[in-house]
Design a protein. Structure first.
Length: 266
């Protein structure tokens, strides 16, 4: 007599999936109702003004390469802002990450204080920082660099500290058992273990900084964004298309270099 294995019936998941889809559709519909404070979508206005959109898209599809010489200096400013902001943010993020993680900072009071301040820093949008700093220190690259430092520190510290929290901290217990201070333990054990994560996050923030720098210039924080605002004000969408392509090429180059460096650091 042979024993036959009988598989249990496959659970029916489609009712749950349908319910989730319907719930998301209902939530989306409710957020578009003006009476509930949602986003007002005027389809009639979109249909009436479609010719304007078609005209702008047509200009974007015809890049004006004659503006390239004017983009060299602003693009160099954007790259300088991104690199300087990344380097200074990395220098600040390394100790802050150790202070914000439980294994490297057993003192709950200081750890919560660091996390609270960083949550506040991270909650403010970068454009708000740039707008306030332009009013405080004037138009130029300095407010852009400070904005990038604040933006990077908030992101890098959060990701690195969470990585330290989730990592195996048994090796740190060995350091405590040997009589080492918390600073010595962090320097000898935690920091070397965290270097790959720190380097990866810093490289990622460099990629983000190039994109963000292009936007910060619109509010006066220097870089290619100021030129974008200028050509947009004169409805030079053909020139704007060239600038967009240039930013795309620069971002892709940085991404390729970053991916190569990440592989070497593993």
């Amino acid at each position: 007599m042979t024993n036959t294995l009988v598989l249990p019936p496959k659970p029916r998941t489609w009712p749950r999936n349908v319910g989730v889809v319907l719930a998301l559709a209902a939530m989306t519909l409710l957020t578009t109702l003006p009476r509930l404070g949602g986003v007002e979508i005027d389809l009639g206005s979109i249909a009436r003004n479609w010719s304007n959109a078609a005209e702008r898209i047509g200009m974007l599809l015809q890049p004006d390469l004659s503006i390239l010489p004017r983009t060299i200096e602003p693009m160099f400013q954007t790259l300088s802002m991104a690199i300087v902001g990344t380097v200074l943010a990395a220098a600040l993020a390394i100790p802050l990450s150790l202070w914000a993680a439980r294994p490297t900072n057993p003192n709950g009071l200081t750890r919560r204080a660091v996390r609270f301040v960083l949550n506040v820093v991270r909650a403010v949008p970068d454009l708000v920082y740039a707008t306030i700093l332009v009013a405080m220190v004037g138009v130029g690259t300095l407010p852009g660099v400070i904005t990038l430092i604040l933006f990077d520190v908030g992101i890098v510290v959060k990701l690195v500290s969470e990585s330290i929290d989730s990592a195996d901290s048994a090796y740190m217990e060995g350091g405590r058992a040997a009589g080492g201070t918390q600073t010595q333990i962090n320097k000898v054990t935690a920091l070397p273990q965290s270097w790959p994560v720190i380097a990866s996050q810093v490289l990622y923030s460099l990629e983000l900084n190039v994109r963000i720098s292009a936007i910060l210039g619109i509010v006066g924080a220097g870089g290619i964004g100021r030129l974008i605002d200028e050509v947009r004000g004169f409805y030079r969408y053909d020139a704007l298309s060239t600038i967009i392509i240039e930013i795309l090429v620069v971002v892709l180059i940085i991404e390729v270099v970053s991916n190569y460096l990440r592989k070497r650091l593993r």
